[in-house]
Write a protein that binds this ligand. Structure first.
Ligand code: GCO
Length: 446
């Protein structure tokens, strides 16, 4: 086994929050249990060729029944916090109207279970599983969905607000907008850039309205949103590639970040989108830029682009994860330093970072040294950025468990805990033991 680069917990601030993350659709299963409504991901999984292994979320990790032992697992790692999401259709089957008490009871037990174990609950309201009932009338492209989301968020707040440490409105609006509505590779599978941009706008608007509404209701949880971010680089250090990289960063990152922080869309991207720009009503932008208590960032890789359409990025396989994503830890420092330089940032939380690899179980062990190395090298990069002045308050590994990796089905394993799907047995991988040892060396300066 290779030795992971050493990084110590005591090089981070004392009150830095260490955690692991999951999302409802990817782990819960029980997709029709106890009055749960269907979500657009349940529907999408039924489409031919939508999911690599033709699988779905019907059982997933059966977390809906195994939640107690799963929380014991989280607790055994010695982390401070657990990031999970609420399945909207489980608590409000149609996305409007009647709430489902049995669904709420599940999250009630889950949150109390976290508190009983000393884990801070970090809750995401929308990790992509929109109730199908809302999709029938256009889903996120319909401005009515914005108000439905605010209603759902207020209901969650009235039940759990005083027990949650953190509430994230949306996970990765770029993914919902672009993969869900432009490329069609994710639910609901639409293929229009104009639609995608309207979806992005409606997501941002619903975020702003929710933050404002929850604050008015006296919610004490820290309120924010999670964006996926990659720094973009030109393939060659020439003007054309550099301009291309900046536009790429604009389309994927600044388009979401600048409305949130500055209250307007970046003009270069607006121009680039030409007629595919969203309809923006008076007052929307002021609403979107409601102050954030935190900004969540999911970091996995960098993107490299070229103005030459025949150019293809070639990354040697040893530098790639099983997703084909380049392993590039220094991109995390570069990204954070750029954001710190360009904007007046709220406190940042790294809400996801992790890697899929083809793990093997050997006599009850999983020697995932590459994942361990991936995580350690990213913590070093994070630490570097923090020592250069970027305020980061927490870090969450994606993911606690191997789980349903969207259009890749169960073919990609991101967990630090292995899941044997037929038996639903959990096996801690070496990376889990490594993270446990890392977390448990709490500021033990020798
Ligand atoms: C994401 C999602 C996760 C994915 C992970 C790996 O934020 O993209 O939160 O659900 O599983 O990113 O692709």
């Amino acid at each position: 086994m290779t030795h992971a680069t050493p990084i110590r917990r005591d090089t981070f601030p004392n009150d830095f929050v260490w955690g692991v993350a999951t999302s409802a659709f990817q782990i819960e299963g029980a997709s029709e249990a106890d009055g749960k409504g269907t979500s657009i991901w349940d529907d999408f999984c039924r489409l031919p060729n939508a999911i690599a292994d033709s699988s779905n979320g019907t059982v997933a990790c059966d977390h809906y029944s195994k939640w107690e032992s799963d929380l014991d697992l989280v607790s055994s790692l010695g982390v401070d916090a657990y990031r999970f999401s609420i399945s909207w259709p489980r608590v409000q089957p149609k996305g409007s109207g009647k709430f489902n008490e049995t669904g709420f009871a599940f999250y009630d037990r889950l949150i109390d279970g976290m508190l009983a174990r000393g884990l801070k609950p970090y809750c995401t309201l929308n990790h992509w599983d929109l109730p199908s009932g809302l999709q029938t009338s256009g889903g996120w492209s319909n401005r009515d969905t914005v108000q439905r989301f605010v209603d759902y968020a207020c209901e969650v707040n009235s039940r759990f607000g005083n027990r949650l440490v953190s509430i994230c409105t949306h996970n990765e609006p770029w993914v919902i907008a672009v993969l869900g509505h432009q490329t069609g590779s994710f639910a609901p599978g639409a293929t229009s850039r104009l639609l995608a941009m309207q979806v992005a706008h409606n997501l941002l608007l619903s975020h702003g309205l929710t933050v404002t509404a929850l604050r008015q209701l006296g919610c004490k949880a820290s309120l924010g949103i999670v964006l996926n971010m990659s720094p973009s680089e030109g393939a060659q250090p020439n003007a054309a590639d550099t301009a291309m990289a900046e536009l790429e960063f604009g389309i994927n990152v600044r388009w979401y970040l600048e409305p949130l922080l500055l209250g307007n869309y970046p003009s270069d991207v607006w121009k680039h989108l030409s007629t595919d720009v969203p309809t923006v009503a008076a007052g929307d932008m002021d609403c979107i830029c409601a102050p954030l208590d935190f900004l969540g960032i999911n970091y996995y890789m960098r993107t490299v682009v070229s103005a030459d359409p025949t150019w293809k990025q070639r990354v040697p396989p040893e530098n790639c994860t099983d997703m084909g994503w380049e392993i590039y830890p220094q991109g995390l420092s570069q990204l954070l330093l750029r954001l710190h330089h360009d904007y007046d940032l709220p406190p940042i939380v790294i809400t996801e970072n992790g890697a899929a690899f083809q793990d093997e179980v050997n006599e009850g062990s999983v020697h995932d040294s590459r994942r361990q190395e991936y995580l350690a090298s990213h913590l070093i990069a994070l630490n570097n950025a923090m020592h250069q002045g970027v305020r980061v308050d927490g870090y969450f590994i994606w993911s606690l468990l191997d789980n349903f990796e969207w259009s890749s089905g169960y073919t990609k394993r991101f967990g630090i805990v292995h899941v044997d799907y037929p038996s639903q047995q959990r096996i801690l991988k070496d990376s889990a033991y490594w993270y446990r040892d890392f977390c448990n060396k709490k500021n033990s300066r020798k």
